[in-house]
Design a protein around this ligand. Structure first.
Ligand code: BT5
Length: 259
């Protein structure tokens, strides 16, 4: 995906400046450093491959050639507690872009994953930069990647769009559509506020209303995933009826009868 494929997007903020790299450790790492320069809001760092792609909580993100790996530098006018909602806006944009360019029914899993057929095709990593007011949102989409190049982690099925479609897809169109949709969902967040993004997220959610097991640093809980709140936390109703607020963790949907 050459840089010109992402030129002239006509967006308001996202993707007005694009920095393309063939191979880079992590687009989030470079984007975080660029906030110190600083560069204009909406600058995108995109790479053909990442050699040290990062997930949440220090986990690694497999990013071979054929995927869409990019980070967007934003300067949102939001209270600190609402910063996670930018990750929601990014996941919405990725899911809409997948639906539009492939026809696959992409759905959202808390906090920021995009699933197709229950398999993870997108990961999002939202990080506050050391420079006050700046946020980097990194988006990784498994586009044209062979199935055996993705990690096999029990309980975390991963897939690529190529495998799900049974053919290679137009990665440039996917990346363009992603940036257009992120520009739109970010504008919605800035003008209509957090609730407008949460409404859209709920419409596309796979997790809500279902029995879940949530693994957190403090332990594991089981309950029904009830809703998300204005700080992006997941609200889980436990068997005794109390509500638990989950700020960080991994959610597994439980099929009826499973632990
Ligand atoms: C995420 O973390 O899902 C966030 C991933 C963000 C990646 C983007 S790519 C552009 C930007 N630059 C970066 O360095 N990062 C961002 P988390 O929910 O913690 O999921 C990580 C876990 O997903 C890993 O521990 C693996 O089990 C699994 N995994 C790793 N690579 C994967 C892939 N390509 N597809 C699906 N699952 C993967």
């Amino acid at each position: 995906m050459e840089h010109p494929a992402l030129a002239d997007l006509g967006t308001r903020v996202v993707g007005r400046y694009i920095r393309w790299h063939d191979s880079i450790a992590s687009t989030n790492d470079l984007a975080l450093r660029l906030t110190e320069v600083p560069v204009p809001e909406g600058t995108v760092v995109v790479a053909e491959e990442q050699t040290a792609g990062r997930g949440r909580l220090g986990r690694s993100w497999t990013s071979p050639r054929g995927g869409v790996w990019l980070s967007v530098i934003l300067s949102p006018n939001l209270p600190l507690e609402s910063i996670p909602i930018i990750g929601f806006a990014a996941a919405i944009a990725a899911a809409v872009a997948i639906r539009k360019t492939t026809g696959l029914l992409a759905r959202l899993k808390w906090p920021n994953d995009v699933l197709v057929d229950g398999k993870k095709v997108v990961g999002v990593l939202t990080e506050a930069a050391p420079a006050p007011g700046w946020v980097v949102v990194g988006i990784g989409i498994n586009a044209n990647i062979a199935g055996d190049a993705l990690p096999e982690v029990p309980g975390y099925p991963a897939a690529s769009l190529q495998t799900l479609l049974g053919r290679a897809m137009d990665r440039e169109e996917l990346a363009r559509t992603l940036l257009l949709e992120l520009d739109r969902s970010y504008a919605m967040l800035m003008s209509a506020g957090v609730d407008s993004v949460l409404r859209r997220w709920r419409e596309m959610a796979d997790t809500l209303g279902r029995p879940v097991r949530v693994e957190m640093a403090a332990g594991t809980i089981c309950g029904i995933a009830q809703d998300v709140d204005g700080a992006g936390a997941l609200r889980v109703r436990l068997a005794d009826g109390t509500m638990q607020r989950v700020v960080a963790g991994d959610v597994h949907v439980r099929e009826t009868g499973s632990p």
